[in-house]
Design a protein around this ligand. Structure first.
Ligand code: IMP
Length: 184
């Protein structure tokens, strides 16, 4: 794994594909432990979740269905704090057990908006949340995150579905913004 350059920034290797797969497998197994007698709906929060979502499904041994929704709050490497829904939910999930699948929880603004949207307008039977990555230094909300793949420091990450200004999602591995280059 070598450094990569995306737009004006340099990113250094952080987690290899094989390490990510181990993390994803553990999350899939924990979810299965809780839902083996149910048919939950995995709701992927686009776009960053694409790779995690696909790998999670491959590691999930039980029955499940899938749906997607798209939310956005980021411009460049900064959260704007304003979360808006860019694409509606693709399935009726009334009275279903749903698990919201996120790539990364940072400030928690996105999951706050999602919980509000789902509990107030969609009426699922239950809602749980799974995220591949969590930045605990930044997360200040009260919501319990039921399944966390890995806690990471407060540094911008790229690859494995996560972008910097829409690019870099296609890297198999995860990269971190290079130290000292944050204000480039
Ligand atoms: P939050 O609303 O601040 O919790 O941010 C959640 C969303 O911001 C994620 O679903 C990502 O799309 C994006 N995001 C947060 N941190 C990063 C990062 O380090 N790299 C890429 N995208 C990020």
């Amino acid at each position: 794994m070598e450094k990569v350059r995306v737009h004006d920034k340099t990113f250094v290797p952080y987690l290899k594909d094989a390490e990510l797969q181990e993390i994803v497998k553990t999350v899939a197994e924990k979810i299965y432990e809780d839902y083996k007698d149910e048919v939950p709906v995995f709701v992927g929060v686009l776009n960053g979740v694409v790779m995690f979502f696909s790998d999670l499904l491959k590691h999930y041994p039980g029955r499940c269905e899938v749906a997607f929704i798209q939310m956005s709050s980021y411009v460049g490497t900064q959260s704007t704090g304003i979360v808006y829904k860019k694409m509606d939910l693709t399935k009726d999930i009334k009275d279903r057990h749903i698990i919201l699948i996120e790539d990364i929880v940072d400030t928690g603004n996105t999951i706050e908006s999602l919980f509000q949207y789902f509990t107030e307008t969609q009426r699922p039977k239950s809602v749980k949340l799974a995220t591949l990555l969590l930045k605990p230094e930044v997360y200040k909300k009260e919501f319990v995150i039921d399944y966390v793949g890995k806690e990471i420091p407060n540094k911008f990450v790229l690859g494995y579905g996560l972008d910097y200004d829409e690019e870099g999602r296609n890297y198999r591995d995860l990269y971190q913004l290079e130290e000292g280059r944050i204000n480039e």
